[in-house]
Design a binder for this molecule. Structure first.
Ligand code: ATP
Ligand code: MG
Length: 565
C-alpha cells in the first residue's frame, strides 16, 4: 500500500503519538479508527480524517479500524456502508480484517448500561423531550434535577429491561447518566444514553427498540476495540469529559485518548452529509456522485486521482483551529498530479470548420505528436492531417482585439505539430452572420511546426482532422455555489440559495482525435490548451464518448501563492 508519498508533515497529533510511543504508553502500540456513520457518502472532509487515521497508524506500525457508527436506525443503510468501503479503498487505504460495526456491540453496550444503573450512575427518566430540554437550563443558568432522578436501582433496572422489551412507546422514557445538572458543560447535565425508537435497523432488524446515543456508544466502541488514540473533529471537544466519564465509571481496561483537530472546510462548497443529502435527493445535482459534489465518489467521477486527494490532505495539514481552505488548492493538487501522467490529446470543444485550399483533396498524412512533454517515456503517436480540419471557434476572430494573437483574416498561426496556416477567406451564415467556415492556405515547408526561414507566429492552435475525428460529449463544470461559504447563515438561511445555476455546461458536438475511440471509463487526458478531462464512469460506453472536465489548465492557486510570496 502506498500511503505516504513523502516524509510526513509534522503536526501536533503526530507529536502526541510519538511522545506516547517514547513513554511506552499503551506498550508503544498505535491503534486508530475511522468511524463514519453510514448515513451518506463520504466527502473530502472525511478524506482528511481517513488520511490522518490510516496514515498515522501505518507510519507507526499500528492499525486503523474501519468502524461503522450505526446507532441511528432512521437514516442508515447498506448502500452507504458499501459506498464508504469502496471510497476508503479507492483512496488507497486498507483495514484488513478490522471492519467493525457499533451495532455489533448493542448487547455489550446494554450490559454496560445495566452496570451503570447498578452503580447508581444512570437512571430512567420519564420526562418528555420538551421537559428534559426545559430542565437542562442554559449556559448561564444551572439545570434542575428531574423528579425521576431518585428512582431506585431496582426500579431503574426494571424499567430499562421493559424499555428493551418494547413495552413503551417512543419518547416515553430515556436512560440518562447521573452526573451533574449544574455542570457548566451542558453535555454533562445528565446526558441521555438510550432512547426508545421503534424503527427497524438496517443490520439488527427488529431485535432492538432502544438505541444507544453517540456519546455513549463512541467511547465504548473505541474501548472495546483497544483504540489508543481516538481522533475527532473540534466540535467534540465539549464531549470529551463525557467520553472520559463513561469509561472511568465503567473502569474499562482500555481508555483511549480523545484528541480533537480542526475539520476541513472548503470554499464554495458544503461538507456536511446532512446538506449533501439534500442536494442529491432533491435533484439539485445528479446524485451523490455528481462530478460537482465534494464527495469522494463525485471527485472520482470528476477525474480526481486518489494520489491528488492524499497530497491535498497532506498539504492542508492538521491544526487545532478551524479555517477555510481554498478550493484552488484542491484543484492545484490534481493538476500537479495529472500534469505528470495524463497523456496529451487534441480535442475541439466548439468546432469551427477550416478548409486548407492548397492541400490536395485526396491526400492525408500522419503527423507525429508528443504524448507528454513532462515524460519522454510516454512516447509519441501519429495524428491524421487532411484538407478539412476543425479548430476551436474561440481561436478565430474576424476583428481581433489588441493582444489577440490567434487566427484572424490574413494572419498566420501554427497548427500544433503540423503546419503554419494563413486565413484567406471567411464564410458566414447568411441569416445569422455567424462565421461558419474558414478558408486557409498552408505552408508545406513548415511541417512539424517550424518555418525554415525562421519566421515566427504568435499562436499555436489545437485541431483535429474533420474526416477522422470522433464526436464526443463534454461536460464543463463550474463551482457548485456562488458564495465562498454557502453554509454561512448570515448570507442566507438556506445554503441552497447560493447554488450556482451555471455550474454545468454540456457540449454535445465536440470532436476528439481518433485515438480516443473506445477510451475506457475513468481514463484521464489533458486536452491540449483546455484542461484535464476524464471519461465519465457512468454515461460513457463503447459507442458513446463522454468526458468530464476535471479542471482547467489555468492554475489560480499557483498565482495566489506567487502573490503571497
Ligand atoms: P457530516 O457533518 O458530514 O455528517 P460527520 O462528522 O457527522 O460529518 P461521520 O460519519 O460521523 O460524519 O464522520 C466520520 C469521521 O469523519 C468523524 O471522525 C468526523 O470527525 C470526520 N469528519 C467529518 N467531517 C469532517 C471534516 N469536514 N473534516 C475532517 N474530518 C471530518
Ligand atoms: Mg458524526
Amino acid at each position: 500500500m502506498n500511503t505516504t508519498e513523502s516524509t510526513p508533515t509534522p503536526n501536533f497529533i503526530r507529536s502526541i503519538i510519538e511522545g506516547d510511543i517514547q513513554a511506552n504508553k499503551n506498550d508503544g502500540r498505535v491503534v486508530t479508527r475511522f468511524p463514519p456513520e453510514p448515513n451518506g457518502y463520504l466527502h473530502i472532509g472525511h478524506a482528511k480524517s481517513i488520511c490522518l487515521n490510516f496514515g498515522l497508524a501505518a507510519e507507526h506500525n499500528g492499525r486503523c479500524n474501519l468502524r461503522f457508527d450505526d446507532t441511528d436506525p432512521s437514516k442508515e443503510s447498506m448502500e452507504y456502508v458499501d459506498s464508504i468501503q469502496a471510497d476508503v479503498r479507492w483512496l488507497g487505504f486498507s483495514w484488513g480484517d478490522n471492519l467493525f460495526f457499533a451495532s455489533d456491540y448493542f448487547e455489550k453496550l446494554y450490559q454496560y448500561a445495566v452496570e451503570l444503573i447498578r452503580a447508581g450512575n444512570a437512571y430512567v427518566d420519564s420526562l418528555s423531550a420538551e421537559e428534559i430540554r426545559e430542565f437542562r437550563g442554559t449556559l448561564t443558568e444551572p439545570g434542575r434535577n428531574s423528579p425521576y432522578r431518585t428512582r431506585s436501582v431496582d426500579e431503574n433496572l426494571d424499567l430499562f429491561g421493559r424499555m428493551r422489551a418494547g413495552e413503551f412507546k417512543g419518547g416515553a422514557h430515556v436512560l440518562r447518566a447521573k452526573i451533574d445538572m449544574a455542570s457548566p458543560n451542558l453535555l454533562m447535565r445528565d446526558p441521555t444514553l438510550y432512547r426508545i425508537r421503534h424503527t427497524p435497523h438496517y443490520r439488527t432488524g427488529n431485535t432492538w427498540c432502544i438505541y444507544p446515543m453517540y456519546d455513549y456508544t463512541h467511547c465504548l466502541s473505541d474501548s472495546i476495540e483497544g483504540i489508543t488514540h481516538s481522533l475527532c473533529t473540534l466540535e467534540f471537544e465539549n464531549n470529551r469529559p463525557l467520553y472520559d466519564w463513561v469509561l472511568d465509571e465503567l473502569k474499562t481496561d482500555c481508555h483511549p485518548q480523545q484528541i480533537e483537530f480542526a475539520r476541513l472546510n472548503l470554499s464554495y462548497t458544503v461538507l456536511s452529509k446532512r446538506k449533501l443529502v439534500q442536494l442529491a435527493e432533491e435533484g439539485h445535482v445528479d446524485g451523490w456522485d455528481d462530478p460537482r459534489m465534494p464527495t469522494l465518489s463525485g471527485l472520482r467521477r470528476r477525474g480526481y486521482t486518489p494520489e491528488s486527494i492524499r497530497n491535498f490532505c497532506d498539504r492542508i495539514g492538521v491544526a487545532k483551529r478551524d479555517s477555510m481552505v481554498d478550493m484552488a488548492l484542491l484543484e492545484h493538487s490534481v493538476r500537479e498530479d495529472l500534469n505528470k501522467r495524463a497523456p496529451r490529446v487534441m480535442a475541439v470543444l466548439k468546432p469551427l470548420k477550416v478548409v486548407i485550399e492548397n492541400y490536395p483533396e485526396d491526400r492525408e498524412e500522419m503527423i507525429e505528436a508528443v504524448n507528454n512533454p513532462e515524460d519522454a517515456g510516454m512516447g509519441t503517436r501519429m495524428l491524421p492531417f487532411s484538407r478539412v480540419l476543425y479548430i476551436e471557434q474561440e481561436d478565430f476572430r474576424e476583428d481581433p482585439p489588441k493582444k489577440y494573437f490567434r487566427l484572424a483574416p490574413g494572419r498566420e498561426v501554427r497548427l500544433r505539430y503540423a503546419y503554419f496556416i494563413t486565413c484567406t477567406r471567411v464564410v458566414k451564415d447568411e441569416k445569422t452572420g455567424q462565421v461558419v467556415e474558414l478558408y486557409c492556405i498552408y505552408d508545406p515547408a513548415t511541417k512539424g511546426g517550424d518555418a525554415p526561414d525562421g519566421r515566427k507566429v504568435k499562436a499555436t492552435l489545437h485541431w483535429v482532422s474533420a474526416a477522422h475525428a470522433i464526436t464526443a460529449e463534454v461536460r464543463l463544470y463550474d463551482r457548485l455555489f456562488l458564495n465562498e461559504n454557502p453554509a454561512d447563515k448570515k448570507e442566507s438561511p438556506d445554503f441552497k440559495a447560493s447554488l450556482n445555476p451555471n455550474s454545468l455546461e454540456v457540449l454535445t458536438d465536440c470532436r476528439v482525435e481518433p485515438g480516443l475511440a473506445g477510451a475506457a471509463p475513468g481514463s484521464r487526458y489533458q486536452f491540449e490548451r483546455l484542461g484535464y478531462f476524464c471519461v465519465d464512469l457512468k454515461d460513457a460506453s463503447d459507442n458513446r464518448l463522454v468526458f468530464n472536465r476535471t479542471v482547467s489548465l489555468r492554475d489560480t492557486w499557483a498565482r495566489i501563492e506567487k502573490k503571497q510570496a
